[in-house]
Design a protein around this ligand. Structure first.
Ligand code: AP5
Length: 208
């Protein structure tokens, strides 16, 4: 089972779990959010187009992200499998994905809204390598463990934008839970425990 989708609300831990699984399975983590943020930092045409959607917590237009993923999956490192983190996010994206990729499993990470707000308002990210941390778990101050870079807070992690992202998730992305359930591909994992405990549950869901 090596073509994997991570589904779930903002802050459920998709990026955290996908990073761990990428190391465990040796397959790439493809985060559309990270690709869009990199394009924004570099000021590319896609980045300029995406900026106003990402910063308000709205979804970037389907055709933009579908083109990004279609192109990324053609890279040689995807030949033995990949993890999609944050894609698809609408039923239309899922239908289009089905035309150029065969998905083996969709892991739904579940987490209550009040825990989400706490996790996202405490999130810090490395602007250089994209690694994600939570302030409560940092041991050596707000610097990246990989490259020593000073960590930053994402602009869309303000409380008002988090609430908007949760609303957008319920309206536009949650229907994908039934979409993948009907196709026999859905596995749900409750993510209220520690990162390590959640990772064990993710591994069981994939291997089970
Ligand atoms: P994206 O980057 O995908 O954001 P998201 O889905 O909102 O998800 P997050 O990255 O916020 O959360 P996560 O589930 O990865 O949680 P994390 O592991 O970081 O998308 C951003 C934007 O890009 C979107 O709003 C949209 O505009 C656009 N976009 C992206 N894809 C798109 C698409 N397909 N279509 C259209 N638009 C798209 O964890 C959160 C925090 O909790 C971290 O601090 C982490 O350290 C901490 N944490 C994790 N697990 C635990 C734990 N067990 N205990 C304690 N803390 C924990």
């Amino acid at each position: 089972m090596s073509n994997i989708i991570f589904l779930g609300p903002p802050g459920a831990g998709k990026g955290t779990q996908a990073q761990l699984l990428s190391k465990e399975l040796g397959i790439p983590q493809i985060s559309t959010g990270e690709i869009l943020r990199k394009a924004m930092r570099e000021g590319t045409k896609t980045g300029l187009e995406a900026k106003r959607y990402v910063e308000s917590g709205a979804l970037v237009p389907d055709d933009v992200v579908i083109a990004i993923v279609r192109e990324r999956l053609q890279e040689p490192d995807c030949a033995n499998g990949y993890m999609l983190d944050g894609f698809p996010r609408t039923v239309y994206q899922a239908e289009e994905l089905g035309k150029f990729a065969k998905i083996d499993v969709a892991i739904e990470l579940q987490l209550a809204d009040e825990i989400i707000v706490n996790r996202l308002s405490g999130r810090r990210v490395c602007p250089k390598c994209g690694a994600t941390y939570h302030i409560s778990l940092l041991k050596n101050g707000e610097v990246c463990e990989n490259d020593g870079e000073k960590l930053i807070q994402r602009p869309d992690d303000s409380e008002a934008t988090i609430r908007n992202r949760l609303r957008v998730y319920q309206e536009q992305t949650a229907p994908l839970i039934s979409y993948y359930k009907e196709r026999g591909l859905l596995k749900a994992v409750n993510c209220e425990d520690s990162v390590e405990q959640n990772f064990q549950k993710v591994l069981e869901a994939i291997n089970g």
